[in-house]
Design a binder for this molecule. Structure first.
Ligand code: NAD
Ligand code: UFG
Length: 330
């Protein structure tokens, strides 16, 4: 039996494939390489010393997707494939809604058609909007201000409706907080195209001298030091969270936060990066970034209790591994 990993060549997908292969699962990857490179497939093989089947397909194409389901004995699907740049989603809403919604519909449809009953979906903490922290899975979702976040909330709803109509189906909706860091080998990690939007890849590029200095977006939030607070989670912890979710998946819909439960401010992350890697990061405080919320961190009691999973790696390890990958990534 194999697990089909859509978007398996991307940042979180590659790390999850490593965890799955190391745990003894067979892995099939479907990725159109829209935001990743073919080399990442070889890196997965290099790290694990195991084979993977790779299909360069767009998972919005039901004919191509069904060919994969037809050719393999698939036990379940982890659906990472999607577009994820918040700013770009505002400029290209149709592209985001089309890709994220249609891919989810096509995958769910193929699961039902081929009797594959386990599906894990990549959701995001962004669906909580500006609820009061810490965010619990039971909170009412707040409409987000960008099409990316809305597409995630819509996919969640689609999958809930699919389960209601197909009671044997098992869906796990995983809401990720802020994934950072890289595999300890330094072979795979986050390599965004162009100038990074997210804090950690921006930080590592400043550390390397590719960018001049970090801009801290606002220091007048009502947080510990005025800067934005997030729940950074090591990508390998996140990967292991998928393994736990897959092992414990059961009929119906389960929703889990994948975070650490700890809020870390921008200034605290800069300090941790400096300490972990023994360097100074130049930064300046600038205006708030439009659309940002002050604080975002998880209540992780449900996932700990029900899946027995907890994030193990601390912020220093996230910073060390992110830097190691940046040094390898020319
Ligand atoms: P990523 O861009 O590195 O990986 C996504 C992969 O999906 C890429 O390899 C891309 O080529 C592929 N892809 C996109 N559309 C596709 C399509 N139609 N057909 C086939 N392949 C397609 O992103 P990531 O950070 O690894 O994120 C994985 C998932 O987790 C996404 O759904 C994202 O929205 C979600 N997520 C990410 C974060 C984050 O901060 N990284 C936070 C919350 C949720
Ligand atoms: N920040 C800076 N300078 C930068 C980049 C970011 O100060 O150059 C700050 C932001 O203002 C925020 C924090 O660092 O306070 C984290 O920002 P990121 O852009 O790294 O991450 P976000 O929390 O904005 O969003 C990320 C993903 C979303 C996902 C969300 C889930 O980009 O897709 O986490 O919590 F939905």
């Amino acid at each position: 039996m194999s697990i089909l990993v859509t978007g398996g060549a991307g940042y979180i997908g590659t790390h999850t494939c490593v965890s799955l292969l190391n745990a003894g699962y067979s892995v099939i990857i479907a990725d159109n390489l829209a935001n990743s490179k073919i080399e990442s497939i070889n890196k997965i093989k290099e790290i694990t010393n195991k084979e993977v089947s790779f299909y360069q397909v767009d998972v919005t194409n039901s004919v191509d997707v069904e060919k994969i389901f037809f050719s393999h004995n698939i036990e379940g699907v982890i659906h990472f494939a999607g577009l994820k740049a918040v700013g770009e989603s505002v400029e290209k809403p149709l592209q985001y809604y089309y890709n994220n919604l249609v891919s989810t519909i096509v995958i769910a449809e193929a699961c039902i058609k081929f009797g594959v009953e386990k599906l894990i979906f990549s959701s995001s903490a962004t669906v909580y909007g500006d609820n009061v922290v810490p965010f619990t899975e039971e909170m009412e979702l707040k409409p987000t201000t960008n099409p990316y976040g809305t597409s995630k909330a819509m996919c969640e709803k689609i999958l809930i409706d699919v389960v209601n109509a197909n009671p044997n189906f098992s869906v796990s909706l995983l809401r990720y907080f802020n994934p950072v860091g890289a595999h300890e080998s330094g072979l795979i990690g986050e390599a965004p195209n162009g100038i990074p939007n997210n804090l950690m890849p921006y930080l590592t590029q400043v550390a390397k001298g590719k960018l001049e200095k970090l801009r801290v977006f606002g220091n007048d939030y009502s947080t510990i030091d005025g800067t934005g607070v997030r729940d950074y989670i090591h990508v390998m912890d996140l990967a292991e969270g998928h393994l736990a979710a897959f092992k414990h998946i059961k009929k119906g819909v389960q929703i889990y936060n994948l975070g650490t439960g700890n809020g870390v401010s921008v200034l605290q992350l800069i300090k941790a990066f400096e300490e972990a890697n023994n360097m100074i990061i130049p930064y300046s405080i600038v205006e708030r970034r439009a659309g940002d919320i002050a604080e975002c961190y998880a209540d992780v009691s449900k996932v700990e209790k029900e899946l027995g999973w907890t994030a193990k790696r601390d912020v220093l390890e996230m910073c060390r591994d992110a830097w190691k990958f940046e040094l390898n990534n020319i």
